[in-house]
Design a protein around this ligand. Sequence first.
Ligand code: BTN
Length: 248
Amino acid sequence: PAVEYELEAPFSVEYHDSVGSTNDRARELATEGAADAAVLADEQVGGRGRLEREWAAPSGGVWLSVVSRPAIAPAKAPLYTLAASVATARAAREAGVDARIKWPNDVVVPVGDDGDYRKLAGILTEMEGETDRVEWLVVGIGVNANIEADALPDGATSVREQAGDVDRRRFVQRLLEEFDRYRSDLEGVVPAWRELALTLGQQVRVDRRAGEIVGEAVDVTESGALVVETDDGRVTVAAGDCEHLRPV
Ligand code: BTN
């Protein structure tokens, strides 16, 4: 059963010890008309990642989904995802983790100086609406918080492994406060994102639906797309068109 989770954050939070996917529960709430609501779970048994992948979500993590009903065009929705990555990276940094952002929205911890990293958190945004207007957005945020290293997927890390256990109530409160702040300051999202970006300045290989490109990641546009300088000129990649990005 769900219980109310008391926070001083500007969201009502429904808490579950165990749930299928917090995004699925948040989608139900959104369909019922909820606004400024969040769903939090200690464990998910059907966690979902981007590109229809499974997302491992054992007990001890921060598995969170936030419902918003913003008066924006769907083209601006990626800014909500970037805002969530900024909020998550800041909360993790306050917990003592050297968290950075890999475009578009993975929160990672750098390993060495050659652009390598391990993944701390991922974000899955889903929306409903018309071509010119968003009806609701569900931003799902999965943070490997108090999880033992041997329970993590390959290439992942946790707050526990990096800095010791975090007070999850405080972590979620800080994350939601920062997310709310950027929701109402969408123009501030990209500048804040740039400050935490691991990707900018890197040589990257991007697998897109339209084919692979290789070049230097030089900037992020106002709507959150990545600009890559290739031998054939500048190419702009929208987050939704990116299947995989890795440093080369
Ligand atoms: C990714 O990097 O592929 C995105 C992972 C998103 C995981 C979170 S955990 C909370 C929310 N509920 C889900 O089922 N998925 C998201």
